[in-house]
Design a protein around this ligand. Structure first.
Ligand code: ADE
Ligand code: ZN
Length: 341
């Protein structure tokens, strides 16, 4: 175990299942796109912008996130953004990713739906044909907007449905329970979309129950507040419902005061299928490997524990059963090869 754990984490094959593509917009790219699109920024420099990344809570973060998103205007912008993430993902040994995008944040600024989805999808397609990672695309509805807006967005997406695997639910959680979007999720399921939802990030465990019962989601994004409800934990374990947990995000948005108080280890020890993800890495201090590293340090995790999270990330993905098995075998082979070193 004297070997460098950071190197072990870096080389570990893994999937990322909770990543907002708009949340990968690094300040350097914000400045580049602002110049390209002639948009005025309220920051004198990249450094000044980064210094402002100190958030009180989710709402406080979202204000900045939506404001910054304004620099994304053309198909080429979305292509460049996605390409930059994929290059990073390759460096971090992410073999598969399932990526969120927030169309309403763009269409309400008169950016065409097609420019957003085609820019992202073109980059994903190139990666899948080349050195990877493979991917799926998930269209999120903004839960603080009316359900009718989400319904309009779902209809708008129809011509591009072959590029979009699933729908999700994100944005300001408190006072926007999953039940508000029950009809649009029913319609999405009827159209053949897979489903996920953010729930139990800042919102109560009751929102996780609602996401399961009323939206019939296959995974819960975050879901950390399930730790407060033992019968909910029992259900997640019994039904093997994965949680896409984002440890650095939860600390940066002050859901927990530090990593030592984060429930990741308790959830995993209770038998929940927990995965580790980065959420909005440009804002929260690190990509997926930084998240693995932060929890390794906080909970003194060993290499086999970390490999279990990587195996879970493939098990919880929307890859075919054969592909899942092949990727999990890769994790096992990696662990064995490292033990023999
Ligand atoms: N949109 C982008 N990041 C989000 C998060 N962590 N929670 C809810 N909505 C989001
Ligand atoms: Zn998220």
């Amino acid at each position: 175990m004297a070997r460098n754990i950071a190197q072990f984490i870096n080389d570990l094959p893994k999937a990322e299942l909770h990543l907002h593509i708009e949340g990968t917009l690094e300040p350097e790219m914000v400045f580049k796109l602002a110049e390209r699109n002639r948009i005025h920024l309220p920051y004198p420099s990249v450094e000044a912008m980064r210094r402002g990344y100190n958030f009180e809570n989710l709402q406080d973060f979202l204000k900045l996130y939506y404001q910054t998103t304004r620099v994304l205007r053309t198909e080429r912008d979305f292509f460049d953004l996605t390409n930059a993430y994929l290059a990073r993902a390759r460096r971090e040994n992410i073999r598969h990713c399932e990526i969120f995008f927030d169309p309403q944040a763009h269409t309400k600024r008169n950016v065409p739906f097609g420019a957003v989805v085609e820019g992202i999808a073109a980059a994903l397609r190139e990666a899948a044909k080349g050195d990877g990672p493979t991917s799926r695309l998930i269209m999120c509805f903004l839960r603080d907007l009316p359900e009718s807006d989400a319904m309009k967005t779902l209809e708008e997406a129809f011509p591009w449905r072959s590029l979009i695997t699933g729908v999700g639910l994100d944005s300001a959680e408190v006072d926007n329970p999953p039940s508000k979007h029950a009809s649009v999720f029913a319609r999405a399921r009827a159209l053949g979309f897979q489903t996920v939802a953010h729930a139990g990030e800042e919102g109560p465990p009751a929102y996780i129950w609602e996401a399961l019962d009323m939206l019939k989601v296959q995974r819960i994004d975050h879901g950390v507040r399930a730790i407060e409800d033992s019968s909910l934990i029992a259900r997640l374990v019994r039904q093997k419902i994965p949680l896409t947990v984002c440890p650095l995000s939860n600390v940066r948005l002050r859901v927990y005061k530090d990593m030592a108080h984060h429930p990741l280890r308790r959830l995993a020890e209770a038998g929940v299928l927990v995965t580790i993800n980065s959420d909005d890495p440009a804002y929260f201090g690190g990509y997926v490997n930084a998240n693995y590293y932060a929890v390794q340090k906080a909970f003194e995790l060993r290499e086999p524990d970390l490999a279990t999270f990587a195996r879970n990330s493939f098990a919880a993905s929307w890859l075919s059963d054969d592909d899942k098995q092949a990727r999990m075998n890769e994790v096992d082979s990696y662990l064995i090869a490292r033990a023999d070193d």
